[in-house]
Design a protein around this ligand. Sequence first.
Ligand code: FAD
Length: 282
Amino acid sequence: MYPPKFEVHIASSLKDALEKVEEGYIPLAGGQSLIPMMKLRLISPGRLVYVGTLAELRRVEEGGSFINIGAAVTHGEIENSKLIREVCPLLSETASEIGDLQVRNMGTIGGSIAHADPAADYHAALLALDARVVVARSEGTRELPYSEFVNGPYATSLEHGELVYSVKIPKAQGGYAYVKFTKIHTDFAIAGVAVLLEATDDLKIRHIRIGVTGVQEAPFRATWLEETLQDAKLTEETINKALSNLPIRPISDARADEQLRLKVFRYAVKKAVNKALSRLKR
Ligand code: FAD
């Protein structure tokens, strides 16, 4: 189906884009979520402002203990950037799991997090990485933790007149892994689990963060699991025990029912933790 007629303004600068957004134009980046929704006539915005090539949103900058990734940087660039792979390999691994080559070539990190599909892959990694989102508006920028940026399924704390400017990620040491299970290849996650950890030589967990997507109505940090595993010696038994009584309510949908999701979630956690451990530099 074709979308109803719409006009596209190609922003010449961030200032121009912000003025248009203030006037009610809807931002268009890679179009990988917005255009399908328009084709399905779930939304019919009459005026779009294209932000996908704005230099201000295309930067990847390393600064002190952070790396800043512009909103219009594509999934493919995050997957393949030498710098991001070096200082934030969890995010590159996550980007490599998104959709197919075309989606990764067009789709952007800013578009993905602004769209906030509850099963989008970046949620898991950005929660585990303790990322922050930099939001631009005409008066300047504001910054907030990713956990406060996503409010629920397809809901963010972006306000009228605002654009995602960049994602700011603390450089992290340690083992990492993003493990995703799908019903069919290139689909959204039934369960996606991102793990970042540090452990002693005898596998005692010193620090662990676990971000989850696709399992519940909204992405979450598995803090209760983190607390159980903190200071524990990681064995098959410890992890099985930690996963035995979970305070979560998996959703049921066309991809998987609640029971299957729970099973897949447990498996994804085990696999991600073990993969992260195997990547620890010793
Ligand atoms: P757009 O589609 O251009 O925009 C999406 C939304 O974000 C719109 O509301 C738009 O107004 C808003 N927006 C865009 N940029 C900004 C900004 N800078 N500031 C504020 N608002 C902004 N995603 C996954 O995570 N995992 C998958 O496995 C996956 N598979 C897919 C498979 C297919 C076939 C397709 C078509 C998509 C898939 N996606 C998947 C979604 C994909 O990641 C999209 O790229 C992403 O959700 C949207 O990014 P975009 O740049 O294309 O944004």
